[in-house]
Design a protein around this ligand. Structure first.
Ligand SMILES: C[S@@+](CC[C@H](N)C(=O)[O-])C[C@H]1O[C@@H](n2cnc3c(N)ncnc32)[C@H](O)[C@@H]1O
Length: 220
């Protein structure tokens, strides 16, 4: 990550040279299919509805969404061209039609009220508090009234073991962006952006700490 501009981002595994290890690490050490399938079931997308996977990375969740809801229009967005290439290749190999766009989560290239669902997995702990809020403001803007936000990310540690385990993520991705997560602040930032009915719907113990699922709604 270079320093000092608004265009900076933390890559999937912090360093670009680690990106090709991302999929196997997630698959084998993070209970990835358990929590991503749970998130997919939680989202409940109707035919013709539009879903945005924010910070889609290598597209695993984006593909699961399209497989589960083939009549929905699924789009993945990420700032990193390297992961987007991997995501496009995976979709092509599986013969699945998904649009992938490059963009920043806090400057979304979409009009107001253009999506029914915004989902994001493991991206929020890459953002500063300010950029978490800017991203949620953008998610709120592009969602239609009655649209929903669904997040999977590191949450408040369930016990001291999970708190210690989470130090591994903090050392990798930095304390500045990850502390809001482990301090349990994600629901507060979601509310601050105008969402309602915010709740933590599930939590999982992983090798690296507690992973939480959240859900919230935009009324109008
Ligand atoms: C840990 S990966 C998660 C990828 C995928 N969502 C998953 O669950 O496996 C975080 C992703 O967020 C992306 N990212 C980080 N900051 C971003 C931002 N401000 N806007 C868009 N993407 C961002 C990174 O490029 C990376 O692909």
């Amino acid at each position: 990550m270079s320093k000092g501009t608004d265009r900076d981002f933390i890559p999937a595994l912090r360093f670009h040279w680690l990106t090709s290890f991302y999929d196997p690490i997630l698959r084998w050490t993070m209970r990835e299919s358990t929590f991503k399938n749970k998130l997919v079931r939680q989202i409940q997308v109707g035919p013709g509805q539009r879903v945005l996977d924010l910070g889609c990375g290598t597209g695993t969740l984006t593909l699961l969404l399209k497989q589960a809801y083939p009549k929905a229009e699924v789009t993945g967005l990420d700032i990193d061209p390297k992961v987007l290439r991997a995501a496009e290749k995976k979709a092509e190999n599986m013969g699945i039609d998904i649009m992938f766009h490059q963009g920043m989560s806090f400057e979304l290239p979409y009009p107001d009220h253009s999506f029914d669902r915004v989902v994001t997995s493991l991206m929020f702990h890459h953002l500063t508090f300010e950029n978490k809020l800017r991203t949620l403001n953008e998610a709120f803007r592009i969602l239609k009234p009655q649209g929903e936000l669904h997040i999977a990310d590191w949450g408040k540690a369930q016990n001291w073991l999970m708190r210690i385990a989470f130090l591994s993520i903090q050392i990798l991705d930095g304390f500045k962006t990850t502390s809001d997560n482990v301090n349990g602040l994600i629901p507060q930032v979601i509310d601050k952006a105008g969402f309602v009915e915010t709740k933590e719907t599930d939590r999982f113990m992983t090798l690296y700490g507690t992973l939480s699922l959240y859900k919230a709604k935009k009324i109008k």
